[in-house]
Design a protein around this ligand. Structure first.
Ligand SMILES: Cc1cc2nc3c(=O)[nH]c(=O)nc-3n(C[C@H](O)[C@H](O)[C@H](O)COP(=O)(O)OP(=O)(O)OC[C@H]3O[C@@H](n4cnc5c(N)ncnc54)[C@H](O)[C@@H]3O)c2cc1C
Length: 404
């Protein structure tokens, strides 16, 4: 059944996040962006609103809402700034949802519950200096020594590197097996030998925290292996199905922000005796933004519906991520154009939109990787098989309580 309406619950969350962004992010974001300051208290506020685990089942400390509600939260947050949506993407999309999918009951209780409540923050460490799109080129290693794995190596471009408490880290346990020799680990910041360092001089997402992780003989208990040895690549790719979904949803919010600012400016600015909104070439840019917004949003919600049904959605999520991020980058670029020279200054937010909209075209699969993926599906070179550990369908099954 096709239903394009949001539920009352989803509308209430949408309104709550919009008001939160207008009150607690938008008045300060220009200053945070200018100073390169990550306002970490926003994560605490999101936790108070139940948004750090919005789609995690209540039995694991979350709000138990559906996957499209996560998309709504991401859209509203990125309407404010990409930095805070990115934080939710790595915390919930890449980390918590992966624990929900692949974690043992003990791991879920120890790591997922505090993350879903927002008491602890999670992040995701896959990329290395010489391994981005080509994941198997990674060099970080994990060697079993008694009851521990010893991790050595480095990750880079890791969101929330200085703020997260828990990291999903991918490392080779057997390099000779290539993709099948990668394993996934839950690493705590407090483990001796772990350190992090922020990257300075970023083009965009300056109000966010991104940087490097270092592992110098970090002893990770055996019970922190996620899934089985050798399942790391599969786990990373399934994590990306959820991370990309949140990135796509955020991009929809970025387009909306570009539309809001551009429409306002079109009515304010006059040239040749009329509002610039009356010029057809300006209207063309506005119309393209609307088309990108509507198409992207439908693609995101389609992927979310598949998640709710418990169906694999790698193909649909990849398309949504690719298209929404491209449209957002284009919309931000046009928003600057519509603002003329004023768009070139941070007096208006559109220059920040343009700088912010570039990273999502690069992270969680570059534009080129998604283009190739879509072609491969059509050409029959790529096919998705059901996962051994699928994301639970929504509504979540309630656990039977045993009566004494
Ligand atoms: C702000 C930001 C935050 C990030 N956060 C995280 C995070 O939290 N965790 C994490 O693990 N990573 C994170 N990343 C890293 C990100 O996922 C990688 O940058 C991304 O996967 C691309 O890898 P790369 O930068 O090494 O580019 P490369 O893989 O070196 O690619 C370089 C160029 O070659 C192209 N290319 C590569 N291979 C192919 C191919 N087969 N066909 C066609 N073209 C190809 C690419 O599209 C790109 O244009 C973040 C990055 C940024 C910018």
């Amino acid at each position: 059944m096709l239903d394009f309406n949001l539920s009352d619950e989803q509308l209430a969350v949408q309104k709550m996040v919009k008001e939160f962004v207008d009150k607690e992010i938008n008045p300060y974001i220009r200053e945070w962006d200018e100073k390169g300051h990550f306002e970490s208290s926003i994560l605490g506020r999101l936790a108070e609103l139940g948004l750090m685990g919005v789609c995690i089942p209540e039995e694991y400390g979350g709000s138990g809402m559906d996957y499209n509600t996560l998309a709504i939260v991401c859209e509203e947050l990125e309407r404010g700034d990409t930095a805070f949506r990115t934080a939710v993407s790595v915390h919930t999309g890449l980390n918590s949802m992966t624990l929900l999918q692949w974690g043992s009951e003990v791991q879920k209780q120890k790591y997922l519950v505090p993350q879903a409540k927002g008491l602890k923050v999670g992040a995701f460490g896959l990329t290395e200096p010489n391994a981005g799109s080509d994941v198997a080129a990674m060099q970080t290693s994990a060697v079993l020594d008694g009851d521990h794995y010893i991790l050595n190596g480095q990750k880079t471009w890791i969101s929330l590197c200085d703020y997260a408490d828990h990291f999903l880290v991918f490392a080779y346990t057997d390099k000779s097996k290539k993709h099948n020799g990668i394993s996934a680990f839950i690493v705590e910041r407090t483990m001796p030998g772990f350190s992090s360092k922020a990257i300075k001089g970023k083009l965009g997402i300056r109000a966010g925290n991104t940087g490097e992780l270092f592992f110098d003989n970090v002893r990770v208990p055996k019970e922190n292996l996620l899934g089985q040895e050798g399942e790391g690549f599969k786990i990373a790719m399934s994590a990306l199905d959820n991370g990309r979904f949140t990135v796509a949803a955020g991009a929809v919010g970025q387009i909306r922000a570009a539309i809001e600012e551009s429409v306002k400016y079109c009515h304010e600015r006059k040239t040749f005796g009329k509002e610039i909104g009356k010029h057809q070439l300006v209207q063309q840019m506005i119309a393209k933004m609307e088309a990108g917004y509507q198409m992207s949003r439908l693609l995101v919600f389609r992927a979310g519906c598949l998640k709710n049904e418990g169906k694999r959605n790698t193909r649909e999520t990849s398309l949504a991520k690719w298209q929404a991020c491209d449209f957002a980058n284009e919309a931000a670029n046009d928003a600057v154009q519509i603002h003329g020279a004023y768009g070139f200054s941070n007096e208006y937010p559109v220059e920040r939109f343009l700088r912010n909209s570039k990273a999502p075209v690069i992270y969680e699969g570059t534009r080129e990787i998604h283009t190739v993926m879509q072609a491969e599906y059509l050409l029959g070179y790529r096919e998705d098989k059901p996962l051994s550990n699928p994301l639970p369908a929504w509504p979540y099954e309630k656990k039977e309580t045993v009566k004494s």
